[in-house]
Ligand binder design. Sequence first.
Ligand SMILES: [Zn+2]
Length: 341
Amino acid sequence: MDKNQITEDVLNDLYWKRGLSLSQIARKFGMRSDGGIAYHMDKFGIKRRPSSRKNYIRFEFSGDLKEKAYLLGLRTGDIHARKHCRLIAVSTTSPKISQMKMFRASFAKYAHINEYECNGGFTEKSRRICCYLHSSFEFLIEKLKTIPNWILNNEKLFYSFLAGYCDSEGSWIITQHKKYNGKYKDLIFSLGTSDKIILDQIHQKLKELGFSSHLYMVRKKGTENTINGIIIRNLDLYRVMMSNRKSVVKLAKILLPLSKHADKQKAKLRIINYNKLNLKRKELKRKRLGTIKMPCIKCDHKKIWKNGYSYSKYRDKKYTRYKCPICKHEFQKGYVIICPQ
Ligand SMILES: [Zn+2]
C-alpha cells in the first residue's frame, strides 16, 4: 500500500476492525516505525486501544548516588535513552545474552522489561531489550560529554561510573607474551571509545589513584573498517589501556563487585585468578630458588643461588645445592675440600 492511501476509514478498518497493531500497519505502508501511523491516528482523532504498557507498575529512582553513577556509566556506553511522553524509554541492542542480563539487573526492579529478537547492525540476529522508566530517570536522557564533578571528585562514585562504562565498553584480556612463546602472559585492561574527553578524564583519574594508565589514539577518523562485509568509516577511536599487572589486577578487584555484566565479571575473575596462580608459582620458586648470602667456594662471590637452578643437572638431587652466578660453579654445602697448601 502507498502512503497516500492513509485515510481515516482505512486506518479505522485496519486498527479497529482487523485489530492490527500500529507497527503492523506501518509495515503495510512500507514505513519502518509506527511513529508515522501514530501521527495520522492522532490527526484523524482515532482512539487507541489501551496500551499494555500503562498497566505495569513503575517505581521512582532510588536516589542512590552509587547506582546513579553506575547507570550514567552504562548510558555513556551503549545504553540508549530518550523521552517518551512523560516516561524515559531506555534500550539496548546486542546479540549477547549477558548484555540482556545486565540490563535486567539494572532496570528490572523499576519497570517491566520487553525483550525481543531483531535485526542487528553487524550480526544477522540480535536482541533488543527496552523498558519505560519513571520520569525520575530523566538524568539518563542526555548522553554525557564529560564526567560530572560530583562523580569525579568522589573515589567510590568514580569506580561505580567506571564499572558501568566498562560493562559497556571495557575488555579484560589475558594474552600470550609475544617474546617468550606463550610461557608468560600479559594481563591487559582496555577501554576504547570515541569519547576522547571522557577517556581523558578517566585516564587522569586512574593515574591520580595510582594506576599506570595510558591513553592513545587507535584509529583516525575516516579510516575504513570492515565488519561482516559492511564498510564503516569510524570516528576517531581512542583507548585507555593498562598492561601493568599490578594495576590491572587492582582495578579488576575493585570493579568486580560493582559490575553487573556476567561475561565481564568472568573476565575480571580470570585476571584475578591468573594472578593468584602466578603468585603461588612465584612463591614456590622463591622457596626453591633465589639467592642467599653465602660466599662461593671457588671465587668468593658473596651471593649465590640456592638449589633447583632450573637447568642444573642436579635439580632433582636430594641435597640442597648451590650455584655461583659469577663463576657458574655448582657445589653442595659442606662439600668443600680445602687443600692444605
Ligand atoms: Zn663463584
